[in-house]
Every structure is written in C-alpha cells, then in structure tokens.
Design a protein around this ligand. Sequence first.
Ligand SMILES: [Fe+2]
Length: 156
Amino acid sequence: GLQIEAAAEYYLDDAFYDELAKTHILSVSNQYILFESSYMSRPIQMEEMIFAIGEAGYKPMLAHPERYRYIKDPQKEYARLKELGVFFQVNLNSFGGHYGKGAKRLAHFLNEAGMIDFLGSDTHHNRQVEMLSDVFCLDVYHDIFKRNMIKNDMLL
Ligand SMILES: [Fe+2]
C-alpha cells in the first residue's frame, strides 16, 4: 500500500546550474531540491548555488548535513545555512553510528539544536533497512520529534 515517488539528490558542482535550468528537474513534492556536496571540501560557490535554487522557485534541502567532514564549527556553519533558507534532511542511521563517530556526533548536535527538518533513510541496500529498526529503539529517536519540527508528513 505504499505510494512511491522518484526524486533525485543533486551534487553541487559546475554541472549543477545546467541541471537546475532543465524543466524536468526532479524535485521533492514539487517544492524542494535535495542537494549534497563533496564530503571533504565545501564547494566555493555553495552559497551562490543555494541562492540559485531559490531563484528557480524551489526550497533548498541539504542531504545528510551531519556527514560533511568540512564542518568544523557546527554552530556557526549550520546557522549560516539556515540563514540562507536551507532545510536539513538527516539520515536516521547516523544516530546509530552507521556513518562513523563524526556523523553521529553532528546528528546529535543537529537534534539538540532543533535544526532537523526532515528524516531520511538514504537506503542503498537491505542491511541499512535492518539497521533502521535498531535506530527506532534508541531514546534519541523519540527525542528528535520533541526537539525538532519534523516536516516529512508535509510532503504527502
Ligand atoms: Fe548523498
């Protein structure tokens, strides 16, 4: 009984502007553009690209903000992205430590700061589905909904 819709996660690089100019860009619920960047280095034009998403009539949604290793000052860097109107989609498996200690620490930071907008599974294989059921048993899973305005159901 599940209804499944396809969208895409766009990688911020030089080709991104061409993708954004296409009329068939794959948005989430016709509202959000889900994007990601390199894990290691912040794109020089990141702010311009975020602005371009808004200019194109969409809201920017950053995939797994907890996984970027270039985030050194989370308070400052995440607050700046929020100022730019970026919505954050955190991977649930980050809370279980699936992506390492750094991602887990930043996922907890985002939870405690009330900065999470959407939760994602980022499922690439069945093992990650099994790991999700462990995350549902963690105390933090329930805490997320107390501290954050989770908007997943607004996409329906
Ligand atoms: Fe990704």
